[in-house]
Design a protein. Structure first.
Length: 250
C-alpha cells in the first residue's frame, strides 16, 4: 500500500512540474510579441520616453526613469492591460534631487488646501517624507478625501514612493450629526468665526464612533481653548481630544 501511495505521489509531482513547465513554455512563446507591443505602448507616451522593458516567460520588467511617482504607477498599469502578459515587475526609478524637507513642506501646503468634495473640514491628513518616500497618516470622512490626498502625493515632484496609512472613517449617521453640530458650534462662535472664511477650514473636526478630535492650527491659546469647549458641548460626543496647535509666537 505504501509503495502505491509513493508511486501516486511521484506521478502527481511529475504532473505538476509538467503543467508548470508547459505554462512557462506557452508564455515564452509570446515573449517577442509581448516585447514588441510593450515597446509600442511606451513610445506612445511622452512621459515614458526614458523607459525600457524586457520580457521573459510572459513577465515584463520595466526599468528606466520618470519624473513623477504617478508616472511609474501609470506605466505599469498601461502594460498590465496588454494581452498574454503574466505579470509586471516595476523597477522604474523616480528621478529627483529635491531635499525631503522641501518636498514635505510643499506636500503639507497642498494637503492643507485640498478641497476635493465639500467636507474638507472633516478630514485631517498629515505627511512625513524620508528618502523621497511620503507617508500619509490621518483620517478622512470618505474615500474621496483619502484618494485625493494620495493623488496629490503621487504627483508631487520629489516623491519616489507613497505609503497610504490614511484611515477612511466608517459611514455613520450618528457621527455625521456630531460632525455638523461641532462645525456649527465652532465656526459660528464669535471668537472663532474668522476661521470660517478660510477656504482651508483650519480647524479640522474628525469624528470616529462618537469620539471627536480637533486638528489644525489656530492663532492663539484662547482660540484653542474655546474650540475645545465648543466641541465638548456637542450633544452625544463620547470624548474630545484637542490636538489644535497654536501658531508659534502667539
Amino acid at each position: 500500500m505504501k509503495k502505491i501511495l509513493r508511486a501516486l505521489s511521484a506521478i502527481l509531482t511529475v504532473g505538476v512540474l509538467a503543467v508548470g513547465l508547459a505554462a512557462r513554455t506557452t508564455s515564452a512563446r509570446y515573449d517577442t510579441e509581448i516585447q514588441t507591443r510593450v515597446t509600442q505602448q511606451l513610445t506612445k507616451t511622452q512621459d515614458f520616453r526614458n523607459l525600457q522593458a524586457s520580457t521573459e516567460d510572459g513577465i515584463v520588467t520595466l526599468s528606466g526613469t520618470v519624473e513623477l511617482y504617478q508616472q511609474k504607477l501609470d506605466a505599469a498599469k498601461k502594460v498590465r492591460k496588454l494581452d498574454k502578459i503574466q505579470g509586471v515587475r516595476n523597477l522604474i526609478a523616480v528621478s529627483s534631487s529635491i531635499p525631503d524637507a522641501e518636498v514635505q513642506a510643499k506636500l503639507e501646503r497642498k494637503l492643507y488646501y485640498d478641497r476635493i468634495g465639500y467636507d474638507n473640514q472633516f478630514n485631517f491628513v498629515d505627511v512625513s517624507v524620508k528618502d523621497g518616500a511620503a507617508t500619509l497618516t490621518g483620517a478622512t470622512r470618505n474615500d474621496i478625501g483619502r484618494d485625493s490626498a494620495v493623488w496629490i502625493a503621487n504627483n508631487m515632484p520629489g516623491v519616489n514612493d507613497v505609503v497610504d496609512n490614511i484611515k477612511v472613517l466608517p459611514v455613520s449617521g450618528f457621527d455625521d450629526r456630531i460632525r455638523f453640530s461641532a462645525m456649527r458650534a465652532i465656526y459660528r462662535d464669535p471668537v472663532l468665526s474668522r476661521y470660517a472664511i478660510d477656504p482651508a477650514k483650519p480647524i479640522r473636526i474628525v469624528v470616529d464612533n462618537g469620539n471627536l478630535s480637533l486638528y489644525g492650527t489656530v492663532a492663539t491659546a484662547m482660540d484653542k481653548q474655546v474650540a475645545g469647549i465648543r466641541a465638548n458641548q456637542v450633544f452625544g460626543v463620547f470624548s474630545v481630544q484637542n490636538n489644535l496647535e497654536v501658531v508659534k509666537g502667539s
